[in-house]
Design a binder for this molecule. Structure first.
Ligand code: SF4
Length: 216
């Protein structure tokens, strides 16, 4: 381990990111080599830890690193991939058979909203492809943070897709705790928290979509 300037990184630039200090810039930190991380994970497994959670920012920019770590592990700790889900088809094939649990944030029902808030393009196509792949190749948990002002453009389509394409039994964590961070004030609808009418509508849409495995 050594000290240095590091970026934990994320491939998104959500203007409301509450972790922007580690997702959007370089910070001072401790740099671990693959074998050091592998030893820590093996030790955690021996002490009863049940999974290794690859997180960030987002783990996507560091997939090659984590795969090298995994090759050095000896204890067979299950992998929990904690991601925004916006990765390439090549990354998807690298993760197949490696990841046990995919926890994917499904953020937008509209490419326009994804571009406006997270500065990414072709969002819907990439996310829905990777959600289908995750369901096929591992255990899937979807997390949906309901954004104020994005019920009809985003949440409605997200819930319909999950129910119709992935199945109403899909486990979905619906969250009402949005709060404005970082540059959220640049978008009028993101300057405030979700109101009770919006949350009520979100719950109603989940019910109308037939979702049977919603965690609040
Ligand atoms: S995907 Fe998550 S960590 Fe990355 S910028 Fe968006 S909110 Fe931040």
């Amino acid at each position: 381990m050594r000290s240095g300037r590091i970026s934990l990184g994320c491939n998104f630039a959500c203007i409301h990111c509450q972790n922007w200090e580690i997702s959007q810039q370089f910070v001072d930190g401790e740099i671990y080599r693959e074998r050091e991380i592998a030893a820590l994970i093996d030790d955690a497994k021996r002490r009863g830890c049940r999974n290794q959670n690859w997180v960030g920012g987002d783990p996507i920019p560091h997939i090659p690193f984590w795969l090298r770590v995994l090759l050095l592990e000896t204890e067979g700790m299950p992998v929990f991939f904690n991601t925004n889900g916006y990765y390439s088809a090549e990354a998807s094939s690298l993760l197949r058979g490696v990841v046990d649990i995919y926890k994917i944030d499904f953020k937008y029902g509209s490419d326009r909203c994804a571009e406006k808030i997270s500065d990414v393009s072709n969002y819907w196509t990439v996310l829905t492809r990777n959600l289908r792949g995750a369901k096929q190749h591992g255990e899937l948990l979807i997390r949906v943070l309901v954004l104020p002002g994005h019920i009809d453009c985003c949440l409605r389509r997200i819930l319909s897709f999950i129910s119709e394409e992935l199945g109403p039994e899909t486990r979905v964590n619906l969250m009402d705790q949005y709060s404005p961070h970082w540059k959220a004030s640049e978008l009028p609808e993101l300057r405030r928290r979700l109101n009770s009418a919006e949350w009520g509508k979100a719950l109603r849409l989940a019910s109308e979509a037939g979702m049977r495995n919603v965690i609040l």
